[in-house]
Design a protein around this ligand. Structure first.
Ligand code: DCP
Length: 352
């Protein structure tokens, strides 16, 4: 079992929240952010939870969203140089990271609105400060936390949440209880404080998952969105994996996951646990086989690599259908435009 405490923090409907802060009249009402609004009302890239409740999804065009929910506000992404300008969303993501840095030293930015945190050192420090570590379980409050195995996925009912979490905390008093769970409690308390500070300082809400590794934390984070956090104790992994489709796991969304489903007949993660390590070595090469064998048991050791700036900077624009580029001059023009944007962003990154 991992001795690490790893969290994944993911902002809720991030681009819409950024727009809501700029235009508070959208708050509490259905809204979505659209890109390129000339064809069928534009492509939706973010939907707030009020609009999701009315059946709007990211896979709709703006017109379809209007049909589903006539009162929806469709907010267009600003265009600069004929393409979407995402600067304000990137800057907002940086504001959030600045707050996170006050709570944790080891942060890996994973996308514009998502970061992994290794809280092991911070947890150890809090444990060391406690004269009687057992007291932690009485003094800590987790008003926003669900626990896998003690809550129903996707159900954010407050009464059920508080009862479930209290019931799990009670099991930790048992002298045989694993100490890792107590460490997850402390990690969750730090994340509660951090999320409250993010809200206080930026007005943005987020969700989080807390466990012993990145894969489990990512899974946990999605279980009680929005604006809640979820602990996944190692003992609840078999229960979660008995119903978790293989492709939902971070590293199994692509070809590897497809081959597990199609060739090994694994529908849920628990099916993968039926294969021995040597069987998996035979089917995949040794490294991948062992990775899968461990993953099926909720074990994964990918480190949180401290990184606050994006690993790479790129920009792209699709020229589909009638907008296809037909002349060398057009290609040269757009290459120059895209290269200028990359150049500007690299300079900005450097300045920061
Ligand atoms: N985004 C985008 N194009 C996509 C997906 C996302 O431009 N195909 C942008 C808009 C989102 C932001 O990235 O607001 C973060 O994406 P997420 O997948 O984390 O989704 P949201 O934050 O919008 O919603 P959720 O609350 O489900 O995380």
């Amino acid at each position: 079992m991992s001795s690490r405490v790893v969290a994944l923090v993911d902002m809720d409907c991030f681009y819409v929240q950024v727009e809501e802060r700029l235009n508070p009249e959208y708050k509490g009402k259905p809204a979505a952010v659209v890109q390129y609004n000339t064809w069928k009302g534009g492509g939706i890239i973010a939907v707030n939870y009020e609009a999701r409740d009315r059946g709007v999804t990211r896979f709709m065009r703006g017109d379809e969203a209007k049909e589903k929910c006539p009162e929806i506000h469709l907010i267009s992404v600003k265009e600069v140089r004929g393409k979407a300008d995402l600067t304000k969303y990137r800057d907002a993501g940086q504001e959030v990271l600045d707050v996170m840095c006050k709570f944790c030293k080891c942060i890996q930015r994973a996308s514009v609105d998502e970061a992994y945190l290794d809280l092991t050192d911070e947890v150890n420090k809090r444990l060391a400060e406690e004269k009687n570590p057992g007291d932690i379980l009485t003094s800590i409050s987790l008003p926003n936390t669900f626990v896998v195995g003690y809550a129903e996925d996707g159900n954010n009912d407050e009464d059920k949440r508080s009862k479930g979490t209290a019931e799990w905390l009670k099991t930790l008093w048992d002298p045989d209880a694993d100490s890792q769970s107590t460490r997850l409690v402390i990690g969750a308390a730090i994340v509660e404080e951090m999320r409250a500070a993010i809200y206080e300082e930026t007005t943005f809400r987020c969700s989080a998952g807390i466990s012993g590794n990145k894969v489990l934390s990512k899974l946990a984070c999605g279980l009680h969105k929005p604006n809640r956090q979820t602990i996944l104790p190692h003992s609840s992994v078999p229960e979660l994996f008995s119903r978790l489709p293989v492709r939902k796991v971070r590293s199994l969304g692509g070809k590897l996951g497809a081959s597990l489903v199609e060739e090994l007949g694994c529908k849920v993660m628990a099916d993968l646990a039926n294969f021995s390590e040597s069987e998996l070595h035979q089917r995949f090469e040794e490294k991948t086989g062992s990775y899968l064998y461990n993953l099926a048991r909720g074990i994964e050791d990918d480190p949180v690599v401290p990184r606050l700036v994006a690993k790479s900077v790129g920009c792209c624009k699709n020229f589909s259908g009638r907008s296809a580029l037909c002349t060398k001059a057009d290609v040269a023009f757009w290459l120059k435009e895209l290269a200028s944007e990359v150049g500007e962003r690299l300079e900005k990154d450097m300045a920061e």
